[in-house]
Design a binder for this molecule. Sequence first.
Ligand code: PMP
Length: 391
Amino acid sequence: MFSRAVANATGNVIREILKLTQQPDVISFAGGLPSPDAFPGEELQEIAAQIIGKYKNEVLQYGTSEGYLPLRQFVAGWVKEKGIEAEAADVLIISGSQQGIDLLGKTFINPGDGILLENPTYLAAIQIFNVYQGKFNLVNTDEQGLIPASLRAAAEKSTNKLVYLVPTFQNPTGTTLSLARRREIAGMLEELGLVLVEDDPYGDLRYSGDPLPAIKAYDQQNRVVYLGSFSKIISPGLRVGFAIGPREILGKMVIGKQTTDVHTSNLSQMIIYEFCRQGLLTPHIASVREKYGRKRDLMLELLDKYFPEEVTWTKPEGGLFIWAELPQGVSSTELLQEAVKEKVAFIPGDCFFPAGGGENTIRLNFSNASPEEIETGISRLGKVMKKYLTC
Ligand code: PMP
């Protein structure tokens, strides 16, 4: 009955686990959700009412697939901060950056086409490329992100069309690709015949260290498609993101978008644009950074205090996640079952490994829980781990 594309696809493990952990007494570090107190609710309420009042016909009518022009112009100017040179015509508005990954899958991947991936990588990207029946070729990473020599070796060993990367505050590990590697990777794409998908939903959420330019900033060879998102800095529910890339590629993505959802919601685009136009974006990002930065510091402090000595973890400079490694041979899925009994949850890391492995790893989100919940939850998790590791 079902197409090959979905017949073997499994549901999103995280979404299934999230259902289990949504009982009110479970403290969950499982999802990747922003904190509700970081939503600019009042401002958005006012803006939404104004827009529907003032621009009713425009909002309620169909829009263009490329997106709301003033928002495309705003984005083209705003990304200069990341070193990206773009005009409105280089910007495609999409329904969240996730749609960008999907449209790129649709644009490039025939069954069996090679895609180079970090290992581990973003779970939904694995799912998307699986739907298009791409073939995964994995590239080694270290604490500075993807290793360029490994990219070259993997690209020379197999045939690939795309390389998909989350270079800044990666999901799930929290690591960031160094400046030198950004330059080097941008410079080798033409020779290797690759298009690079730079997925960057977290780049603005930096709590320490110096900001880095996007890989797209070094894209002299015009082979990088940059995906940005307003999900983590304004609201994920509005579903607004953007793609910046070679016009030929964007043109194909527009065709893909027309068959998917015609265009991103006018109301959402206009709300986001108006929020930005009124100069609210920069101070809002600063306030989100401050909130999440405090939560990151708190969680790191508590991991030191409560986690057993055998466990190690990353110390990310931004983003939403800490990545922890338990001793080899320990199953974090089994540990999760014990943890849920004690009313605390996380994501077992193995689901982020496209070809298996990582059974002893876990991903912890620090943005969504309150400081009190972080304290209680990490102390519960530390106890569960100590008990589990001594069994
Ligand atoms: N890419 C990565 C790496 C993510 O972590 C997420 C959000 N979880 C997305 C893309 C999708 O974000 P959006 O809401 O913009 O679709």
